[in-house]
Design a protein around this ligand. Structure first.
Ligand code: ATP
Ligand code: MG
Length: 179
């Protein structure tokens, strides 16, 4: 038996942060890999609009993966901040039910850091939910500006650093790469 197959599973908290591209894409890689392993997964998308139909949403439907867009879109462009806040709060309530459900092997909280950055959700509340989760559950959190307290409590933190991004040359989002 190889070493990675032996022993109890230890649930990890994984944070993908930084200004470079790849945070959500990397989380989707985990999603695909764990789906292939027959694990029970869900991905909650805190910024994507409820009507999102990105490539990943289409794939999730085909694969039978629970992927829930929770937000009102790009909140900083929104006209109704109170509505966004309420949606964020509602999203976090759903996240808490998933984080306390031992049936799930992996829970992905995509763009959760924005709620923390805006002060809509206290970081202590997230840390408490992570501490109280079933011991074997992996949690992936993505988004820019992950707060230090979250970084301190996490097991695996990767900072994506922008070296080049095509947006800077005026190249628009590409199907299959961005949406
Ligand atoms: P992706 O979903 O492509 O993995 P991400 O999760 O790392 O990106 P976000 O901060 O969630 O990045 O931004 C989402 C959108 O912004 C994506 O369409 C992405 O291509 C774009 N983006 C990411 N990084 C940059 C950057 N450094 N400059 C401009 N646009 C970016
Ligand atoms: Mg992202």
């Amino acid at each position: 038996m190889t070493s990675e197959r032996s022993g109890e599973r230890r649930g990890l908290v994984i944070v993908n942060t930084g200004n470079g591209k790849g945070k959500t894409t990397a989380a989707l890689g985990v999603l695909l890999r764990s789906w292939g392993q027959g694990l029970k997964i869900c991905m909650l998308q805190f910024i994507k609009t409820k009507t999102s139909n990105y490539g990943e949403n289409r794939a999730a439907r085909k694969l039978g993966i629970e992927m829930v867009p929770l937000g009102a879109g790009f909140t900083w462009l929104s006209k109704d901040i109170e509505h966004d806040k309420a949606l964020a709060r509602e999203g976090w309530e759903l996240a808490k039910t998933r984080l306390s459900d031992a049936a799930y092997d992996i829970v992905i909280l995509d763009e959760l850091t924005y709620l923390l950055a805006y002060g809509w959700l206290p970081v202590e509340e997230v840390l408490a939910a992570l501490r109280d989760r079933p011991p074997g559950m992996h949690v992936v959190i993505t988004g820019r500006n992950a707060p230090q307290e979250l970084v301190d409590d996490a097991d695996l933190v990767t900072e994506m650093r922008e070296v080049k991004h095509p947006y800077r040359q005026g190249i628009r989002a590409q199907r299959g790469l961005e949406f």
